[in-house]
Design a protein around this ligand. Structure first.
Ligand SMILES: Cc1cc2nc3c(=O)[nH]c(=O)nc-3n(C[C@H](O)[C@H](O)[C@H](O)COP(=O)(O)OP(=O)(O)OC[C@H]3O[C@@H](n4cnc5c(N)ncnc54)[C@H](O)[C@@H]3O)c2cc1C
Length: 288
Protein backbone atom coordinates (compact mmCIF):
# COMPACT_ATOMS: atom_id res chain seq x y z
CA UNK A 1 0.00 0.00 0.00
CA UNK A 2 1.53 3.36 -1.01
CA UNK A 3 0.82 6.75 0.52
CA UNK A 4 -1.41 7.36 -2.51
CA UNK A 5 -3.68 4.44 -1.58
CA UNK A 6 -4.65 4.83 2.05
CA UNK A 7 -7.27 2.33 3.27
CA UNK A 8 -10.79 3.54 2.61
CA UNK A 9 -14.15 2.55 4.00
CA UNK A 10 -17.54 3.76 2.84
CA UNK A 11 -20.28 3.63 5.48
CA UNK A 12 -23.90 3.89 4.35
CA UNK A 13 -25.31 5.63 7.41
CA UNK A 14 -24.34 8.30 9.91
CA UNK A 15 -24.60 5.82 12.77
CA UNK A 16 -22.02 3.61 11.09
CA UNK A 17 -19.76 6.58 10.33
CA UNK A 18 -20.03 7.87 13.91
CA UNK A 19 -19.10 4.42 15.27
CA UNK A 20 -15.95 4.32 13.14
CA UNK A 21 -14.98 7.89 14.03
CA UNK A 22 -15.45 7.22 17.75
CA UNK A 23 -13.03 4.29 17.62
CA UNK A 24 -10.18 5.59 15.42
CA UNK A 25 -8.89 8.62 13.57
CA UNK A 26 -10.37 8.71 10.05
CA UNK A 27 -10.10 11.45 7.48
CA UNK A 28 -13.51 12.12 5.91
CA UNK A 29 -13.57 12.40 2.13
CA UNK A 30 -16.54 13.81 0.24
CA UNK A 31 -15.97 14.93 -3.37
CA UNK A 32 -12.20 14.64 -2.91
CA UNK A 33 -11.51 17.81 -4.92
CA UNK A 34 -9.43 19.27 -2.09
CA UNK A 35 -8.31 16.07 -0.41
CA UNK A 36 -6.98 14.20 -3.45
CA UNK A 37 -4.25 16.79 -3.94
CA UNK A 38 -3.12 16.15 -0.35
CA UNK A 39 -2.65 12.40 -0.82
CA UNK A 40 0.86 12.78 -2.21
CA UNK A 41 2.09 14.15 1.12
CA UNK A 42 3.60 17.22 -0.59
CA UNK A 43 1.16 19.48 1.25
CA UNK A 44 1.64 18.08 4.74
CA UNK A 45 0.95 14.75 6.39
CA UNK A 46 -1.21 12.59 4.07
CA UNK A 47 -4.27 10.92 5.61
CA UNK A 48 -3.68 7.42 7.04
CA UNK A 49 -7.22 6.15 6.36
CA UNK A 50 -10.18 7.61 4.53
CA UNK A 51 -13.84 7.62 5.48
CA UNK A 52 -15.78 7.98 2.24
CA UNK A 53 -18.99 9.91 2.94
CA UNK A 54 -20.43 9.73 -0.57
CA UNK A 55 -22.97 6.96 0.18
CA UNK A 56 -24.45 8.59 3.28
CA UNK A 57 -27.72 9.91 1.91
CA UNK A 58 -28.57 11.60 5.24
CA UNK A 59 -25.94 14.21 4.28
CA UNK A 60 -27.79 15.19 1.09
CA UNK A 61 -30.62 17.59 0.43
CA UNK A 62 -31.61 21.23 0.70
CA UNK A 63 -34.55 21.90 3.00
CA UNK A 64 -36.52 25.06 3.72
CA UNK A 65 -38.11 24.75 7.17
CA UNK A 66 -39.87 28.09 7.32
CA UNK A 67 -37.20 29.82 9.39
CA UNK A 68 -34.04 28.72 7.64
CA UNK A 69 -32.64 26.77 4.75
CA UNK A 70 -30.56 23.78 5.71
CA UNK A 71 -28.03 22.60 3.14
CA UNK A 72 -26.70 19.06 3.55
CA UNK A 73 -22.93 18.63 3.65
CA UNK A 74 -22.84 16.49 0.49
CA UNK A 75 -24.66 19.10 -1.58
CA UNK A 76 -22.59 19.80 -4.68
CA UNK A 77 -22.22 23.15 -6.40
CA UNK A 78 -24.22 21.80 -9.35
CA UNK A 79 -27.04 20.95 -6.94
CA UNK A 80 -26.83 24.43 -5.41
CA UNK A 81 -27.03 25.99 -8.87
CA UNK A 82 -30.11 23.91 -9.73
CA UNK A 83 -31.92 24.31 -6.42
CA UNK A 84 -35.16 26.33 -6.63
CA UNK A 85 -35.01 26.80 -2.83
CA UNK A 86 -31.56 28.40 -3.02
CA UNK A 87 -32.59 30.49 -6.04
CA UNK A 88 -35.60 31.82 -4.14
CA UNK A 89 -34.14 32.38 -0.68
CA UNK A 90 -30.40 32.85 -1.20
CA UNK A 91 -29.73 33.70 -4.85
CA UNK A 92 -26.26 34.99 -3.96
CA UNK A 93 -25.33 31.37 -3.22
CA UNK A 94 -26.57 30.24 -6.64
CA UNK A 95 -24.33 32.90 -8.10
CA UNK A 96 -21.36 31.91 -5.92
CA UNK A 97 -21.72 28.22 -6.85
CA UNK A 98 -21.52 29.15 -10.53
CA UNK A 99 -18.10 30.77 -10.00
CA UNK A 100 -16.50 27.77 -8.29
CA UNK A 101 -14.04 25.72 -10.35
CA UNK A 102 -15.65 24.53 -13.57
CA UNK A 103 -18.26 21.85 -14.34
CA UNK A 104 -16.15 18.92 -13.09
CA UNK A 105 -15.48 20.57 -9.71
CA UNK A 106 -19.08 21.74 -9.44
CA UNK A 107 -20.33 18.17 -9.98
CA UNK A 108 -18.13 16.74 -7.27
CA UNK A 109 -17.11 19.49 -4.82
CA UNK A 110 -19.39 19.84 -1.80
CA UNK A 111 -20.51 22.46 0.68
CA UNK A 112 -19.27 20.33 3.59
CA UNK A 113 -15.87 19.97 1.95
CA UNK A 114 -15.56 23.72 1.41
CA UNK A 115 -16.50 24.38 5.04
CA UNK A 116 -14.27 21.67 6.57
CA UNK A 117 -11.29 22.37 4.33
CA UNK A 118 -11.15 25.85 5.90
CA UNK A 119 -9.20 27.53 3.13
CA UNK A 120 -9.25 31.31 3.58
CA UNK A 121 -10.09 31.36 -0.15
CA UNK A 122 -13.11 29.03 0.19
CA UNK A 123 -15.76 30.87 -1.77
CA UNK A 124 -18.85 29.90 0.22
CA UNK A 125 -17.37 30.82 3.59
CA UNK A 126 -18.03 34.59 3.42
CA UNK A 127 -21.66 33.80 2.56
CA UNK A 128 -22.06 31.75 5.74
CA UNK A 129 -20.49 34.59 7.76
CA UNK A 130 -22.63 37.29 6.15
CA UNK A 131 -25.88 35.38 6.71
CA UNK A 132 -25.19 34.46 10.37
CA UNK A 133 -25.29 30.80 9.35
CA UNK A 134 -24.42 27.91 11.67
CA UNK A 135 -22.34 24.88 10.79
CA UNK A 136 -24.08 21.72 12.04
CA UNK A 137 -21.72 19.08 13.43
CA UNK A 138 -22.61 15.53 14.44
CA UNK A 139 -20.89 12.62 16.19
CA UNK A 140 -21.77 9.68 18.42
CA UNK A 141 -21.89 12.28 21.21
CA UNK A 142 -24.76 14.19 19.55
CA UNK A 143 -25.25 17.21 17.32
CA UNK A 144 -24.28 20.84 17.83
CA UNK A 145 -24.53 24.05 15.83
CA UNK A 146 -21.48 26.29 15.69
CA UNK A 147 -21.99 29.87 14.47
CA UNK A 148 -19.97 30.48 11.31
CA UNK A 149 -18.30 33.39 13.14
CA UNK A 150 -16.69 30.82 15.48
CA UNK A 151 -16.05 27.99 13.05
CA UNK A 152 -12.67 29.04 11.56
CA UNK A 153 -10.60 30.17 14.56
CA UNK A 154 -7.18 30.15 12.85
CA UNK A 155 -5.49 29.41 9.54
CA UNK A 156 -7.00 26.18 8.15
CA UNK A 157 -8.38 25.26 11.59
CA UNK A 158 -12.02 24.57 12.37
CA UNK A 159 -14.17 24.02 15.44
CA UNK A 160 -14.76 20.41 14.30
CA UNK A 161 -13.44 17.68 16.60
CA UNK A 162 -11.82 14.59 15.02
CA UNK A 163 -14.85 12.39 15.70
CA UNK A 164 -17.33 14.88 14.21
CA UNK A 165 -18.71 15.25 10.72
CA UNK A 166 -20.05 18.40 9.15
CA UNK A 167 -23.71 17.55 8.62
CA UNK A 168 -24.65 20.77 6.85
CA UNK A 169 -25.12 24.51 7.05
CA UNK A 170 -28.20 26.22 8.48
CA UNK A 171 -28.87 29.66 7.05
CA UNK A 172 -31.49 31.61 9.01
CA UNK A 173 -33.88 33.62 6.87
CA UNK A 174 -34.39 37.28 7.75
CA UNK A 175 -37.17 39.54 6.50
CA UNK A 176 -36.12 42.12 3.92
CA UNK A 177 -32.56 40.78 3.85
CA UNK A 178 -30.48 41.24 0.75
CA UNK A 179 -27.27 39.27 0.13
CA UNK A 180 -24.71 39.95 -2.59
CA UNK A 181 -21.60 38.01 -3.61
CA UNK A 182 -18.57 39.23 -5.55
CA UNK A 183 -15.45 37.26 -6.45
CA UNK A 184 -12.27 38.50 -8.07
CA UNK A 185 -9.93 35.95 -9.63
CA UNK A 186 -7.57 35.76 -12.56
CA UNK A 187 -10.39 34.62 -14.85
CA UNK A 188 -14.06 33.77 -14.66
CA UNK A 189 -13.68 29.99 -14.12
CA UNK A 190 -11.08 27.71 -12.51
CA UNK A 191 -9.69 30.60 -10.51
CA UNK A 192 -8.97 30.68 -6.81
CA UNK A 193 -10.19 33.97 -5.38
CA UNK A 194 -7.84 36.90 -4.94
CA UNK A 195 -10.65 38.62 -3.07
CA UNK A 196 -14.15 37.31 -2.31
CA UNK A 197 -16.85 39.38 -0.61
CA UNK A 198 -20.32 38.61 0.66
CA UNK A 199 -22.43 41.41 2.02
CA UNK A 200 -25.84 41.26 3.66
CA UNK A 201 -28.16 43.98 4.92
CA UNK A 202 -31.78 44.62 5.66
CA UNK A 203 -33.80 47.34 3.97
CA UNK A 204 -37.52 47.78 3.30
CA UNK A 205 -38.41 46.32 -0.09
CA UNK A 206 -39.50 49.66 -1.52
CA UNK A 207 -36.90 50.18 -4.18
CA UNK A 208 -33.29 51.32 -4.21
CA UNK A 209 -31.78 53.85 -1.89
CA UNK A 210 -33.44 52.82 1.42
CA UNK A 211 -31.51 52.87 4.70
CA UNK A 212 -29.44 49.71 5.37
CA UNK A 213 -29.52 48.01 8.75
CA UNK A 214 -28.03 44.78 10.18
CA UNK A 215 -25.16 45.07 7.72
CA UNK A 216 -22.68 42.21 7.44
CA UNK A 217 -19.52 42.43 5.35
CA UNK A 218 -17.51 39.22 5.08
CA UNK A 219 -14.40 38.52 3.04
CA UNK A 220 -12.17 35.68 1.97
CA UNK A 221 -8.55 35.64 0.71
CA UNK A 222 -7.60 38.78 2.63
CA UNK A 223 -6.57 37.19 5.96
CA UNK A 224 -5.58 33.83 7.42
CA UNK A 225 -9.27 32.98 7.90
CA UNK A 226 -12.47 34.22 6.32
CA UNK A 227 -13.36 37.40 8.24
CA UNK A 228 -16.11 39.88 9.07
CA UNK A 229 -15.14 43.52 8.56
CA UNK A 230 -16.79 45.19 11.54
CA UNK A 231 -15.57 48.79 11.01
CA UNK A 232 -16.86 48.60 7.43
CA UNK A 233 -20.17 47.24 8.68
CA UNK A 234 -20.40 50.22 11.08
CA UNK A 235 -19.74 52.61 8.17
CA UNK A 236 -22.69 51.14 6.26
CA UNK A 237 -25.14 50.44 9.08
CA UNK A 238 -27.92 53.02 9.32
CA UNK A 239 -26.78 54.70 6.10
CA UNK A 240 -28.36 55.03 2.68
CA UNK A 241 -26.32 53.66 -0.26
CA UNK A 242 -25.23 57.03 -1.64
CA UNK A 243 -21.84 58.28 -2.84
CA UNK A 244 -20.73 59.50 0.59
CA UNK A 245 -21.56 56.12 2.15
CA UNK A 246 -19.71 54.26 -0.60
CA UNK A 247 -16.62 56.45 -0.10
CA UNK A 248 -16.75 55.98 3.67
CA UNK A 249 -17.21 52.20 3.44
CA UNK A 250 -14.41 51.83 0.92
CA UNK A 251 -11.99 53.80 3.12
CA UNK A 252 -13.03 51.79 6.19
CA UNK A 253 -12.50 48.48 4.41
CA UNK A 254 -9.11 49.44 2.99
CA UNK A 255 -7.97 50.48 6.48
CA UNK A 256 -9.44 47.43 8.16
CA UNK A 257 -8.02 44.54 6.13
CA UNK A 258 -4.38 43.45 6.12
CA UNK A 259 -3.97 40.94 3.29
CA UNK A 260 -0.66 39.32 2.43
CA UNK A 261 1.41 39.09 -0.75
CA UNK A 262 1.34 35.57 -2.18
CA UNK A 263 1.54 33.72 -5.50
CA UNK A 264 -1.97 34.78 -6.47
CA UNK A 265 -1.82 38.48 -5.71
CA UNK A 266 -0.20 41.32 -3.79
CA UNK A 267 -1.49 42.79 -0.56
CA UNK A 268 -1.90 46.19 -2.24
CA UNK A 269 -3.94 44.75 -5.08
CA UNK A 270 -6.20 42.87 -2.69
CA UNK A 271 -6.78 45.88 -0.45
CA UNK A 272 -7.48 48.21 -3.36
CA UNK A 273 -9.73 45.78 -5.21
CA UNK A 274 -11.69 44.90 -2.08
CA UNK A 275 -12.38 48.60 -1.53
CA UNK A 276 -13.34 49.21 -5.18
CA UNK A 277 -15.60 46.16 -5.35
CA UNK A 278 -17.45 47.27 -2.23
CA UNK A 279 -17.73 50.83 -3.59
CA UNK A 280 -19.18 49.54 -6.84
CA UNK A 281 -21.59 47.27 -5.01
CA UNK A 282 -22.95 50.17 -2.93
CA UNK A 283 -23.24 52.26 -6.09
CA UNK A 284 -25.15 49.52 -7.92
CA UNK A 285 -27.54 49.13 -5.00
CA UNK A 286 -27.98 52.89 -4.66
CA UNK A 287 -28.78 53.11 -8.38
CA UNK A 288 -26.53 56.14 -8.99
C1 LIG B 1 -9.47 22.64 -10.12
C2 LIG B 1 -10.06 23.08 -8.81
C3 LIG B 1 -10.76 24.28 -8.75
C4 LIG B 1 -11.31 24.70 -7.54
N1 LIG B 1 -11.98 25.90 -7.51
C5 LIG B 1 -12.49 26.36 -6.35
C6 LIG B 1 -13.15 27.62 -6.30
O1 LIG B 1 -13.31 28.33 -7.29
N2 LIG B 1 -13.64 28.02 -5.10
C7 LIG B 1 -13.51 27.26 -3.96
O2 LIG B 1 -13.98 27.69 -2.90
N3 LIG B 1 -12.89 26.07 -3.98
C8 LIG B 1 -12.38 25.60 -5.15
N4 LIG B 1 -11.73 24.39 -5.18
C9 LIG B 1 -11.60 23.62 -3.94
C10 LIG B 1 -12.68 22.53 -3.74
O3 LIG B 1 -13.25 22.11 -4.94
C11 LIG B 1 -13.79 22.99 -2.79
O4 LIG B 1 -13.28 23.46 -1.56
C12 LIG B 1 -14.82 21.87 -2.52
O5 LIG B 1 -15.98 22.42 -1.94
C13 LIG B 1 -14.28 20.77 -1.61
O6 LIG B 1 -15.32 19.83 -1.42
P1 LIG B 1 -15.03 18.26 -1.52
O7 LIG B 1 -16.32 17.59 -1.26
O8 LIG B 1 -14.34 17.92 -2.78
O9 LIG B 1 -14.04 18.09 -0.27
P2 LIG B 1 -12.97 16.93 0.01
O10 LIG B 1 -11.78 17.16 -0.85
O11 LIG B 1 -13.61 15.61 -0.01
O12 LIG B 1 -12.61 17.30 1.52
C14 LIG B 1 -12.01 18.54 1.85
C15 LIG B 1 -11.72 18.57 3.35
O13 LIG B 1 -12.94 18.57 4.08
C16 LIG B 1 -13.05 17.40 4.90
N5 LIG B 1 -14.47 17.01 4.79
C17 LIG B 1 -15.19 16.89 3.66
N6 LIG B 1 -16.49 16.68 3.94
C18 LIG B 1 -16.58 16.64 5.29
C19 LIG B 1 -17.66 16.46 6.20
N7 LIG B 1 -18.94 16.32 5.79
N8 LIG B 1 -17.39 16.47 7.52
C20 LIG B 1 -16.13 16.65 7.97
N9 LIG B 1 -15.07 16.84 7.16
C21 LIG B 1 -15.29 16.85 5.83
C22 LIG B 1 -12.03 16.42 4.37
O14 LIG B 1 -11.54 15.57 5.37
C23 LIG B 1 -10.95 17.37 3.85
O15 LIG B 1 -10.15 17.80 4.93
C24 LIG B 1 -11.17 23.92 -6.37
C25 LIG B 1 -10.47 22.69 -6.44
C26 LIG B 1 -9.92 22.28 -7.63
C27 LIG B 1 -9.18 20.97 -7.68
Amino acid sequence: MTALEPPLTAPRSLVEAYRLLAAELWRPIAGGTDLMVQLTGELGEPPQRLLDLWRIDELRGIVHDGEAIVIGALTTYTELRRSPVVAEFLPALTEAAATIGAAQIQNRGTVGGNVANASPAGDTLPIWLATDAAIILGSARGERAVPAAEFWPAYRRTARADDELVLGVRVPLAADRQVRFRKVGTRRAQAISKVVIAIAWRAPDDGRGATWTDVRVALGSVAATPIRASATEAALDGAVPDAATADRAMAALMAEIHPIDDVRSTADYRRTVAGRVLHRLVRDEGGW
